[in-house]
Design a protein around this ligand. Structure first.
Ligand SMILES: [Zn+2]
Length: 73
């Protein structure tokens, strides 16, 4: 199943760069390819929960709830 094609992911709320849905272990997050800020990881336990987890992190990203990487921290 192609999860990304089922979701609308806005451009980065910080710099309007291109956003990418990433899978890491058993979780999804959205990251900006330009400035590197990202949404929180949302975990899933089973394949059935995948789309739900992806949808939740994309929703947070689209609302602008992103974690900005501060240099030096
Ligand atoms: Zn950005």
């Amino acid at each position: 199943m192609d999860i990304e094609s089922q979701l609308v992911i806005y451009d980065c709320p910080k710099c309007e760069g291109a956003a990418l849905l990433e899978e890491e272990g058993n979780s999804y997050y959205v990251t900006c390819m330009d400035c590197g800020c990202h949404s929180v990881n949302v975990n899933f336990k089973t394949d059935d929960e995948r789309l739900d987890a992806a949808r939740r992190t994309v929703e947070l990203w689209n609302k602008g709830k992103v974690i900005k990487l501060e240099p030096g921290e």
